[in-house]
Design a binder for this molecule. Structure first.
Ligand SMILES: *Cc1c(COP(=O)(O)O)cnc(C)c1O
Length: 223
């Protein structure tokens, strides 16, 4: 399938989820996750009008960035090893996987301008998932105030790997609830207005529960 055809189906689904949730589709930004595909295919996505691209490895990001760099806004969405920060920091506008102070410290050290970060939360408590436990998120966010260049624009989560819709929905709901708690504090370094949640299999549920960035790979650029 052409990316354009996939995108038009996804757009329909976004519109219908927004209708269900009484939201405006303009609140939803699509990140095309290009980690499985070629630079050529990523370029096809850009040609449909997509501007946000997401990669989960430093080498994958660098590879595509060399060709497509200034034509997209780059998101780092995967586990980020501290020693890899220097490779990607001046190429990405968003980091979705901030989950420890040592990583915040390194990002802050390597950048010379504010960088938009999501705190990754392990809402479901699954062992295999990276991210902060929900009960530790507020403390973590308070501690991030020490890092001048780090701006907490929102929270990110990955739903558990299951086809049980209620479990998925509850994990997105849990992230929304945490966001409201943080927003109530009105922290200057953590406006937390965004929610990065929803992938190919669960973005409709994520939108119904408040997602503002959805990260879509397979069903958008998969061939
Ligand atoms: C791969 C990946 C996605 C996209 O997954 P699909 O199921 O292919 O849509 C989204 N978020 C993260 C963090 C990923 O690693």
């Amino acid at each position: 399938m052409k990316v354009a055809e996939n995108l038009s189906m996804i757009t329909e689904n976004i519109n219908s989820a927004c209708k269900t949730a009484n939201r405006n589709p303009s609140e939803i930004k699509i990140i095309a996750v290009t980690k499985y595909v070629t630079t050529k295919r990523a370029n096809e996505a850009i040609e449909t009008g997509i501007i946000h691209l997401g990669e989960n490895r430093d080498d994958g990001l660098l590879n595509k960035w060399e060709t497509l760099g200034d034509r997209a806004i780059w998101h780092f969405i995967g586990t980020l090893q501290t020693r890899k920060v220097k490779n990607i920091i001046d190429k990405v506008s968003f980091i979705h996987s901030l989950d420890r102070l040592s990583l915040a410290e390194e990002i802050n050290k390597r950048t010379n301008k504010p960088i938009s970060c999501f705190v990754q939360v392990n809402v479901s408590g699954e062992d295999s998932k990276h991210g902060i436990n929900p009960e530790n998120v507020l403390d973590f966010i308070h501690q991030l105030k020490a890092f001048h260049y780090i701006k907490i624009i929102g929270l990110m989560t990955m739903a558990p790997f299951t086809d049980n819709e209620e479990i998925i929905r509850n994990s997105f709901r849990g992230l929304k609830k945490l966001q409201l708690n943080i927003q109530a504090l009105q922290l200057e370094h953590a406006p937390c207005a965004e929610l990065s949640m929803g992938m190919s299999n669960d973005y409709k549920i994520a939108i119904e529960e408040g997602a503002t960035f959805i990260r879509i790979g397979t069903s958008l650029v998969g061939q």
